[in-house]
Design a protein around this ligand. Structure first.
Ligand SMILES: [Zn+2]
Ligand SMILES: [Zn+2]
Length: 125
């Protein structure tokens, strides 16, 4: 199956010069592992843009972030008062509700689609 990058029309066969009726470029279509829809092949490592978007949630970002811990310096009063887990919990609660938490989480997930798709592979097993 082939698909137009612009109008997303599906073509059974590859048109001459890879050109769609709309003037867009037609190339191999990939089938989404989640919803089964066809999409332009290099868009998402096995997942259509809609499914990538739908699964790029705050929870997914937290799970991915959990596997990529980073070290920061904080006021030692904070470490006197709270454990590392508590600090993380407090900050994640704050992140969810401030500074467009959901939107930032989406950007974070989709920043590296190759990586995010391997996360989804694990998730959707
Ligand atoms: Zn087209
Ligand atoms: Zn899909």
């Amino acid at each position: 199956m082939y698909i137009c990058a612009d109008c997303k029309k599906l073509h059974e066969t590859l048109p001459e010069d890879y050109e769609c009726d709309c003037g867009g470029v037609v190339d191999d279509a990939s089938e989404c592992k989640i919803c089964g829809s066809h999409y332009y092949y290099y868009d998402g490592f096995g997942y259509c843009p809609e499914c990538l978007d739908k699964h790029a949630t705050f929870e997914a970002a937290v799970e991915i972030g959990n596997t990529h811990k980073e070290t920061i310096k904080v006021n030692s009063l904070i470490t006197h008062m709270y454990t590392e887990d508590e600090i993380e919990k407090i900050l994640l609660n704050y992140a969810r509700t401030h500074q467009d938490g959901e939107e930032n989480a989406k950007t974070y997930c989709l920043y590296d689609i190759a990586y995010f798709s391997t996360y989804l592979d694990e998730k959707c097993k």
